[in-house]
Design a protein around this ligand. Sequence first.
Ligand SMILES: Nc1ncnc2c1ncn2[C@@H]1O[C@H](COP(=O)(O)OP(=O)(O)OP(=O)(O)O)[C@@H](O)[C@H]1O
Ligand SMILES: [Mg+2]
Length: 529
Amino acid sequence: MGDPSEREGAPEHVPSPGGTPVAASPSAPLEHKLGSGAGAPKALELRDIHKSFGEIRANDGVSMSLSGGSIHGLLGENGAGKSTLMKVLSGYIRADSGEILLDGTPLLMASPRDATRAGIGMLHQDPLVFLPFTAVDNLLLGSPGGRFLDRAEGTRVLARTRERFGFALEPDVLTWNLTIGERQQLEIVRLLSLGVKVLILDEPTTGISADQRTTLFEALRSLASEGMTVIFVSHKLEEVEAICDDVVVMRRGEVVGDTVVPASTDRLVEMMFGTIVAEPEPITMDAGDVVLAIEDASITERALSMHLTLSVRGSEIVGLAGLEGSGQRTLLRACAGLVGVDRGRVLLDGRDLTGRPYRSFLDGGVSYMPAGRLEEGLLTGMTIAEHVALVAGTGGFVVDWRAANADAERRIRRFSIRGSTTTTADALSGGNQQRLLLALTPPDVRLLLMEHPTRGLDIASADWVWTQLLERKRQGTAIVFSSADLDELLRYSDRILVFFAGRVLRVLEARGTSGEELGRLIGGKDRPP
Ligand SMILES: Nc1ncnc2c1ncn2[C@@H]1O[C@H](COP(=O)(O)OP(=O)(O)OP(=O)(O)O)[C@@H](O)[C@H]1O
Ligand SMILES: [Mg+2]
């Protein structure tokens, strides 16, 4: 990590160690670059790119040619090497070998700055980190002219993008108050203002609202029609089908095929996974006794305050729908005993746990899997065997490592985790981190609480997770999960709670509810006065 160009995710407009702000591309004022189209289409060629992390060959001889004026999809399972390739292309990491050519000219790419100078910019997969500036300052920080900021011009640029793309960015709002979707819009504006002609978006739709997605897709289409080369990285087939002109598929560090879009879904799935994956069938069965009862409770967490009564039975799956931050997480945390209730009662299998600590909920058979797998769920730096030892906890101070290792080996096999007993949690791909969390969940859990159980997972991993959850349902576990994926909510839930602005707007029977209806409710339409 000593080399600053290896610093993943660091925006290139952060002042350099010398303190000089970076002017990525000289001349033309901001406003002219924006919306003037990308000029002549740029053809991009990658030749035999290799990049390894220790033993892992993340990119193993990748070659592809991408024409200008189109939206190219880059599709592949978790860990296929998509982000690595795009980071190489945008100068965030250096390839071990290989060449990048833009309109036939080889590029020397030692830093993100070199990439933006050459006209290549990337929107990262991980949520963007911004410094505490206003939207307009953030834009100007990376603008030509360095320190001599012209706020009036920046404000005009933001106003123009509102007209052109429907981006709703207020110049004076502090960037850390922006939603993920708005941060993304700001970052796109910033990259465009730097004169980028190749725009890379790595899984851009995670965490943004349906409306923001529509706006984003329209902006990308408009940019491509003006000559921009857009690379859209995803493992969501329907998005690639909705927006891309063609698609390249990667698997285990290599390109395994490409095709124009529309293409047969089965063919794409087969390219991605090497086999056709069958979606697990939801099961209908009679619900058991009430496992969780929340009676007339008031729950307050930070600015959110909700009031509700809810009961969840064994073998029942309740989905929590709503825009990010509408209260779903607070409810899950209250069900886990991580947030107390101000009044009312929380009962588990008829036992009153109101006001009791998280430990009592755990002992009562509650298991909670937060969305931040690495921030809240697993322990960075700790190996799989250490995690197993921790949950198996003998109660004493001495760990039986031989037993823990054997147990870890068993769980790795049973849950098909790509890793070994000595692999640390942070070195696992997202899908494998989720597998590890499930592998650590006790088998006899009464209530399973899951926040975004399949976020960031490819179809095969998501299907695998649901196969596990349905098996738990069959065995009588009550499941409450939040998701931003309407299809997932409708397919697997028995009931759906729709959240809006911190309260439950509606309770729906999942069967018989359409995606359009659910989408409308999530957006706050139909809300009572
Ligand atoms: N900084 C790193 N250190 C070690 N291994 C890494 C690093 N970055 C990526 N890898 C490994 O390289 C492989 C490819 O990862 P990459 O992030 O490129 O995949 P991806 O196709 O973007 O997957 P996803 O769909 O999950 O985002 C994975 O096995 C991953 O664990
Ligand atoms: Mg990735």
